[in-house]
Design a protein around this ligand. Structure first.
Ligand SMILES: Cc1cc2nc3c(=O)[nH]c(=O)nc-3n(C[C@H](O)[C@H](O)[C@H](O)COP(=O)(O)OP(=O)(O)OC[C@H]3O[C@@H](n4cnc5c(N)ncnc54)[C@H](O)[C@@H]3O)c2cc1C
Length: 547
């Protein structure tokens, strides 16, 4: 995998950086062939090579050589910060001398030497991308592309930065792999390596086998953030960087809706755009660097609010644990509306999707697909699907004329793409197929004429509803279910305290804040959610100072 040209993934440390490392490290010498670290080890140390080299090999791919860190290089990827078990092993090549920084010192190192931190974090992000592309590492998932459970397993692993190899059970290679596992299961089979095979696992079982699971948290924290989208991650970064004990909980993994975006082009500072996965990876590494904790998959089922506002709020988690937090931030975003078409239910997550990342795009090889919706999310998905496979046709189905809800740059790209057909003034009325999704029927307005289009996948972006139903009734909402905060909360007449007003992001339950898409009156954009998340930390400081 190693490409010497890829300097962002494999940069060398400068002599000054080696000097700065020394006070935090032990000098260790290894003989040729000695194990430096072994796959499966959690909280592994950082190794910077002074002399000799470290070979990185994959035990799940017959110990294949992945890369070699020569003198000046250093080991590690994302798992160095997450503390999760590493998926590769390191062996000394030749007589090797390293600086070994204990895992517990890595955060100190990143914070004490910012230039070093930047180099490490860019390298770790890039290395994990390269590792994921190798495709023979870590976990193997065998299952049908049209199977909902298989797609959930793939989405979970993707969201949680776990490299995996997917074999479609409809292909010869997939059939062979299933026979090797003695399974004729139509559901996903997951080979975690080391002889551990799961048949149609729950997300929690999968998280455990992938080394992602962290025990359900029970301790008291300053700020508990519910939801790991841009708002939640931004809040965790700011809160942890300002010394608050911070816990982030997500029912699936970090990224939120933004994680389902193939390319975000309107986020300040990234003129060439960045994928939602990249944004989430960087944000999570940043919050871990500052000491925030993340636990997923964990859904918060309920918030219990003691009568005394100085008492911690109680979060009831779906892992039978109650977490206590001085302040809670609800950043649970929205859920996309289901396609209201005859037959659509049969193909949910198995032909019909509400995100469009590399995980979904590869499902349909060269076949034609349909995108439904007139907003930026639909526009991005259309261009992603059209550009990733020029021989397929992408049908964009919009109720109104294209352009009313979509940025101009996307409209002109769509109009100019040779393999995109725009169906304006149309709706998807029916979805059909025997075993797989095979076609949709469009209904054209105002005539009502119907047209059948052959396609294998449908990507739906037709509006969203706030993920706020789980909140207690004391949290006031607007008519569409979005959470009222600040002056809106006060105006609702439901604010219970006489001695103070709510802070700008505080809901009608003191000490419970809301930020991002779930909050009433917000602009549903990544940049806005990030700003809201940071404002929540200002509110948190204010509330903590009142205690
Ligand atoms: C495909 C797509 C493309 C987009 N592209 C762009 C773009 O280019 N530019 C742009 O500015 N905006 C874009 N958006 C919009 C942008 O992604 C959202 O505005 C932003 O993600 C909102 O962030 P959030 O943190 O408020 O919520 P979300 O991103 O919705 O995150 C909410 C999180 O909460 C978690 N959650 C929900 N309920 C619970 C619970 N009870 N317990 C635990 N966790 C829970 C969810 O799993 C989720 O991870 C796009 C959206 C989509 C869907």
């Amino acid at each position: 995998m190693s490409s010497d040209a890829d300097l962002s993934a494999f940069p060398n440390l400068t002599p000054t950086e080696f000097r700065l490392l020394k006070p935090l490290a032990d000098v260790v010498e290894y003989e040729d062939g000695a194990v430096v670290f072994r796959a499966g080890t959690a909280e592994v140390d950082l190794f910077a090579v002074e002399e000799g080299a470290i070979e990185i090999r994959s035990p799940t791919a017959n110990d294949a050589l992945i890369t070699t860190h020569h003198a000046g290089g250093f080991s590690g990827d994302i798992d160095l910060l997450t503390g999760r078990p590493v998926i590769v092993s390191g062996y000394a090549r030749g007589a090797t001398r390293v600086l070994r920084v204990p895992h517990r010192m890595i955060r100190t190192l990143l914070n004490r030497v910012p230039s070093f931190g930047e180099k490490l974090i860019s390298a770790f992000t890039r290395r994990r991308e390269l590792l994921s592309k190798v495709g023979r590492l870590g976990i193997t998932v065998v299952g049908a592309g049209y199977c909902k459970d298989t797609n959930l397993v793939r989405e979970f692993l993707h969201k949680n930065f776990v490299p995996f190899n997917w074999l479609n059970s409809e292909t010869e290679a997939g059939q062979l792999a299933l026979r090797a596992q003695k399974s004729d299961c139509p559901k996903p089979v997951v080979d975690c390596g080391g002889g551990q095979v799961l048949f149609n696992p729950t997300l929690r079982e999968l998280a455990k086998c992938a080394g992602v699971w962290r025990p359900c948290p029970g301790e008291l924290v300053d700020l508990a953030v519910v939801g790991g989208g841009p708002a939640g991650i931004a809040a965790a970064v700011y809160a942890a960087s300002e010394g608050l004990s911070t816990l982030l909980l997500d029912r699936l993994g970090p990224g939120g809706q933004a994680g389902g975006s193939s390319k975000i082009e309107n986020f300040i500072g990234f003129p060439a755009g960045l994928s939602g996965t990249e944004l989430a990876t960087r944000g999570v590494l940043q919050m871990l660097k500052f000491g925030a904790r993340m636990v997923a998959p964990v859904a918060v089922e309920r918030i219990e609010v003691p009568a005394d506002p100085r008492e911690p709020r109680l979060l009831h988690l779906d892992c039978n644990t109650v977490t206590r937090a001085r302040v809670v931030l609800v950043a649970t975003g929205v859920g996309w509306r289901k396609l209201p078409a005859v037959g659509a239910e049969r193909f949910e997550s198995a032909g019909i999707h509400y995100v469009c990342t590399a995980v979904e795009a590869v499902l349909y090889d060269e076949s034609d697909v349909v995108v439904v919706g007139g907003g930026n999310s639909a526009g991005q998905a259309t261009m992603h699907l059209a550009e990733c496979c020029r021989t397929r046709r992408v049908h964009l189905v919009v109720r109104s004329p294209l352009g009313t809800g979509m940025s101009e740059y996307l409209v002109s790209r769509i109009r100019g793409a040779a393999n995109v057909t725009v169906h304006e003034g149309a709706e998807v009325a029916e979805v059909d197929g025997a075993h797989h999704l095979e076609s949709v029927v469009l209904a054209h307005a105002p005539s009502g004429t119907r047209e059948r289009l052959a396609c294998s996948g449908v990507f739906v972006f037709i509006g969203a509803d706030p993920a706020a139903r789980w909140l207690p009734p004391e949290v006031a909402r607007d008519d569409s279910g979005y959470v009222l905060t600040g002056s809106d909360a006060l105006r609702s007449g439901r604010w219970p305290l006489a001695d103070r007003s709510p802070c700008p992001l505080e809901t009608t339950v003191p000490g419970v804040l809301a930020a991002g898409d779930v909050r009433a009156g917000t602009t549903k954009r990544v940049g806005f959610a990030v700003g809201d998340g940071s404002l929540a930390v200002t509110c948190t400081h204010h509330l903590l100072s009142l205690r």
